[in-house]
Design a binder for this molecule. Structure first.
Ligand SMILES: CC(C)(COP(=O)(O)OP(=O)(O)OC[C@H]1O[C@@H](n2cnc3c(N)ncnc32)[C@H](O)[C@@H]1OP(=O)(O)O)[C@@H](O)C(=O)NCCC(=O)NCCS
Length: 182
């Protein structure tokens, strides 16, 4: 299904964001996530790319793409993390987030990345767009207020989603983020 005619998607690398884009992203992130760190458009590290959904010149949707190597069991692999996915409340349930995830999938596949990963409690949405929930023991660098707090090791019960973009399934094994979560 194509995106509704009123809307269009763009994507850009982090270096290419204009100051006006950054303000629009900040407004949408802070309206969408109660706890989003004040004055920031990323947490904890800048993403590699942004998918933006526009209604004329208004930003109504955002997804950050984070290219990461992670370890699963004995192997490392590249994944595309989908972070800070949000749609302005008046535009919910118009399949805009679905279109942004499809767009990230296409970009990831073109660059040879065959797995999307998301960290979210939005079960209905992520299962609807073809992600599967996994529950491995996770290791990550905890980070808060600009300081590293140390390594955490525990399952994240219900918050880790993966979407293989090829026939190869997600492998078994503990998941090491090799750094902070996204
Ligand atoms: C989660 C979020 C991004 C979904 O955006 P959206 O554009 O409304 O989602 P879509 O329209 O593409 O939804 C696709 C499907 O997901 C499911 N879905 C989405 N939101 C849902 C909800 N609130 N309750 C139940 N199912 C939902 C539905 O099956 C929906 O299809 P349908 O409308 O045909 O039934 C949006 O609700 C949001 O911005 N939430 C706040 C930020 C957030 O929590 N982001 C989570 C990821 S970090």
């Amino acid at each position: 299904m194509a995106i509704a005619p009123d809307f269009h998607l763009t994507h850009q690398g982090e270096f290419d964001l204009s100051p006006a884009d950054a303000i629009s992203i900040s407004d949408l992130l802070h309206a969408s996530f109660d706890q989003y760190p004040a004055g920031r458009i990323f947490f904890p590290q800048p993403p590699h790319l942004r998918i933006l959904c526009w209604q004329k010149s208004d930003l109504v949707g955002h997804a950050a793409g984070v290219i990461r190597e992670v370890r699963v069991g004995e192997h490392t692999m590249m994944v595309m993390g989908v972070a800070d996915l949000c749609v302005a409340v008046p535009n919910h349930r118009q399949h805009l987030a679905t279109k942004m995830v499809e767009h990230v999938s296409t970009l990831a596949k073109k660059r040879g990345i065959s797995l999307l990963m998301a960290l979210s409690g939005e079960k209905e949405f992520f299962s609807d767009v073809g992600f599967e929930e996994i529950d491995p023991k996770c290791t990550w660098l905890a980070y808060l207020g600009g300081k590293s707090l140390g390594l955490c090791r525990r399952p994240l019960h219900g918050d880790v989603w993966v979407k293989p973009l090829t026939e190869r399934p997600w492998p078994e094994g503990d998941l090491d983020f090799l750094g902070p979560m996204f």
